[in-house]
Write a protein that binds this ligand. Structure first.
Ligand SMILES: [Zn+2]
Length: 77
């Protein structure tokens, strides 16, 4: 498994905003150094932020799970 695989598998931890996890610092450092992971993270982040920008439709548990499911599929292509 490459660093990139490891990072992408754990990206949702950054997206969930729990920056206190030690792994988030590792992930962020990789994103700073790796253009392809940074691009992927940016795309996913935009989707998540779009969801958050509609407070009348807060990101539900269901959507959250769909997003995770989507990420999982993306990572196993
Ligand atoms: Zn990478």
């Amino acid at each position: 498994m490459t660093d990139c695989d490891k990072v992408l598998k754990n990206l949702y931890k950054l997206l969930e905003g729990d920056g206190s996890l030690p792994i988030c610092r590792v992930l962020q450092e990789h994103l700073d150094a790796c253009e392809s992971c940074a691009r992927f993270y940016k795309e996913i982040k935009e989707v998540v932020e779009l969801c958050r920008n509609f407070p009348e439709e807060p990101i539900s548990e269901e959507h959250h799970n769909k997003l995770k499911e989507f990420l999982r599929k993306e990572l196993h292509k």
